[in-house]
Design a protein around this ligand. Structure first.
Ligand code: URA
Length: 239
């Protein structure tokens, strides 16, 4: 027996959090009875589970790694008609959604999946998955500035956790530097805000690693499927 929200997420209905909302909204039925209790246990092999009156089917899970270009929204729809990440997945028929988000102007590694449980686990703050970014900044920070970032800086939502920060490239002529920053949290616009806090505004931001995964020459706007081993590695239990 499994929790209803987990079964819904695994069937690709939506992320686990969204599935909890669907249950609370009374949109989920188990064996023709409306269920609004979040802890309800079901047997996905036996029970007939419906969302908005439609039975859910087990669907094949897929896991994609996209090299997101800048100027693209991390969303599966946009009322304003801007480019969205799923525009780059022309041959994918499954309804996938992004694992976390990259800002409109951030490029690089983004995972997408239809496995709500996988997305839930990777986004859970307890997971502390390292995410590495290359940040091009205006100005050339000193070593002491990098140390501040590494130790933690105060943002409006609290201190940042320790990070790893290194010089990747310095261009004194153009007065810019490229830093490599690895963070273990996933707050909104975190890298941009950390660099703003030490007064080195970001002019370009690219995520180059997510956990054990890198971009490995994947061209901008292209995607690939993760291997079963890569999925397994990302799903390792939280220590
Ligand atoms: N940090 C940011 O500032 N932006 C992103 O898109 C990701 C991390």
């Amino acid at each position: 027996m499994e929790r209803l929200q987990k079964v819904l997420a695994q069937a690709g209905v939506a992320s686990r959090r969204k599935c909890e909302e669907l249950i609370r909204q009374g949109r989920v039925e188990v064996n023709d009875l409306k269920v609004i209790e979040l802890g309800t246990k079901v047997d996905p092999q036996v029970d007939i589970i419906k969302v908005d009156g439609r039975a859910i089917k087990a669907q094949k899970h897929i896991y994609l790694l996209l090299n997101k270009p800048k100027g693209v929204i991390t969303s599966v729809s946009d009322p304003k008609g801007r480019k969205i990440v799923t525009d780059f997945l022309k041959d994918v028929n499954e309804r996938v959604y992004p694992v976390g988000r990259l800002d409109y102007d951030t490029e690089g590694l983004l995972l997408l999946t239809n496995d709500g449980e996988f997305a839930y686990r990777l986004m859970h703050p307890r997971h502390h998955i390292p995410k590495t970014y290359l940040a091009t900044v205006k100005g050339v920070p000193h070593g002491s500035d990098l140390e501040k970032l590494a130790n933690g800086v105060m943002l409006d939502d609290g201190m940042t956790a320790p990070a790893e920060v290194e010089y990747h490239d310095i261009d004194p002529e153009n007065n810019t530097a490229v830093l490599s920053i690895t963070i273990y949290e996933g707050r909104n616009r975190q890298v941009r805000r950390m660099l703003e806090a030490i007064r080195f505004p970001v002019v370009r931001l690219k995520r180059i690693r997510f956990g054990s995964l890198g971009l490995d020459g994947l061209q901008r706007g292209k995607y690939r499927h993760l291997t079963p081993q890569e999925v397994k590695d990302l799903m390792k239990p939280i220590s």
